[in-house]
Design a protein around this ligand. Sequence first.
Ligand SMILES: Nc1ncnc2c1ncn2[C@@H]1O[C@H](COP(=O)(O)OP(=O)(O)OP(=O)(O)O)[C@@H](O)[C@H]1O
Ligand SMILES: [Mg+2]
Length: 202
Amino acid sequence: MIAAEIRAKSFGPAQVLRDIALRVETGEVLAILGPSGIGKSTLLRIVAGIDGDFDGAVVRPERLAMVFQEPTLLPWRTAAENLTLVHPDLGREGALAALARVGIGDKADLFPRQLSLGQQRRVALARAFAGDPEGLILDEPFASLDPDTAEEMLALTERLIAEARPATLFVTHSEAEARRLATRILRLAGRPATIAPDKEGR
Ligand SMILES: Nc1ncnc2c1ncn2[C@@H]1O[C@H](COP(=O)(O)OP(=O)(O)OP(=O)(O)O)[C@@H](O)[C@H]1O
Ligand SMILES: [Mg+2]
């Protein structure tokens, strides 16, 4: 379970978020929709515990994984090493299996610069799921991919979530992606941003 109550978040004099309360149960996927710059990544960083400078409180599970908006792989480590660095218990065999699960078992020994963006995003996804997460935070993991690759990644993520059943918080600006992956959708609006009342009562 992930729960957050953010009364206020500011950067200097500029308040970005206000009065946001959310709760995601195990196995549930909550999508957060909102335009660029509204504060989605800021919200996720607070929930993940990366940004502790806010007014409010967050409850998060012990095993929490995050897929950032950028793949955030270490450039001087291979795909497999990027996994074992975070999850040493995996060993090489475990890392190869985790990469195979996301369809890039043959790329284990390549460095990030030798991988396409889609393949780098797959490594990031494999890294997130390799720790058997109880909580999962996804920040636009399908951005900047062509429609077919994005669709493949979406189906893959859907499958991995169905297997691991973490409490998932999924940020996107794509209505279609949100509807596809999420059990529930919240919309951010306003400045400072808060949860918009839902027109459709979802
Ligand atoms: N470290 C920071 N210092 C100052 N301002 C920041 C910082 N991080 C984010 N902001 C500001 O907070 C606002 C929200 O940024 P954020 O990255 O959360 O938006 P977003 O909804 O994730 O956008 P996108 O869809 O483009 O990723 C922006 O106005 C941004 O400039
Ligand atoms: Mg963002």
